[in-house]
Design a protein around this ligand. Structure first.
Ligand code: GRF
Length: 197
């Protein structure tokens, strides 16, 4: 039986597309739902074009009640009965309430070489720090924001004339390589870390 994967997005969903396209043939997992907190997310239509069921739960009507929003997410997820959650460009911080229910089965991709640059604006911070390289990390999601066990990393050089945008573009190419590789290993129960050259 293939593992059932739900992918959570907020925007364009390029990582979701890479993950969905990787789950073919004898891959140990298959996508069962793409769920967005943003009804206007471009990734929703991309998922539909790929034949994956989609759903959107707008977080805004819930205001500051994060747990009410997460209860709605959780209820929708329970309908799809996923074995694994893959956060892919999902931009809402999850509270311990939700994480408790999915920890150990939930991955995220973060555009930095963790543990450096947790949080936002990772590329601008790496450039400002004068770093020679940047990259992306796939990690298990825990209550420690961007702090869970790292399951994989990919590195890129930072070039002298890089802007956050040019660096983000270079890193995104690696995200689309790394995340599918880590998801396949994770679906096979392999949690040993992979570092892409
Ligand atoms: C990517 O940089 C990803 O690392 C971050 O969100 C950005 C957009 O992701 N989490 P996507 O194109 O929506 O997958």
């Amino acid at each position: 039986m293939k593992k059932r994967v739900a992918i959570l997005i907020s925007g364009g969903g390029s990582n979701m597309v890479a993950l969905v396209n990787s789950m073919t043939g004898d891959h140990p997992a298959r996508p069962v739902l793409v769920l967005s907190n943003n009804p206007q997310a471009g990734g929703i239509e991309k998922a539909r074009d790929l034949g994956v069921e989609t759903s959107a739960i707008d977080h805004r009507p819930f205001g500051r009640d994060r747990e009410a929003f997460e209860a709605a997410l959780h209820a929708r997820l329970m309908e799809a009965k996923p074995d694994i959650l893959a956060l892919a460009g999902f931009m809402r911080v999850l509270t311990p309430w939700f994480i408790e229910r999915w920890q150990g089965r939930m991955l995220n991709i973060h555009p930095s070489l963790l543990p450096r640059y947790k949080g936002l604006d990772t590329h601008a911070r790496a450039i400002a720090a004068g770093d020679r390289e940047a990259g992306c990390s796939v990690h298990e999601v825990t209550a420690d924001l961007d702090g869970g066990p790292v399951l994989g990393q990919a590195r890129v050089p930072i070039l002298p004339d890089d802007t956050p945008e040019s660096l983000a573009e270079r890193v995104l190419v690696q995200e689309h390589r790394l995340y599918p590789m880590v998801l396949e290993r994770f679906a096979r129960g392999n949690r040993t870390r992979v570092d892409l050259p």
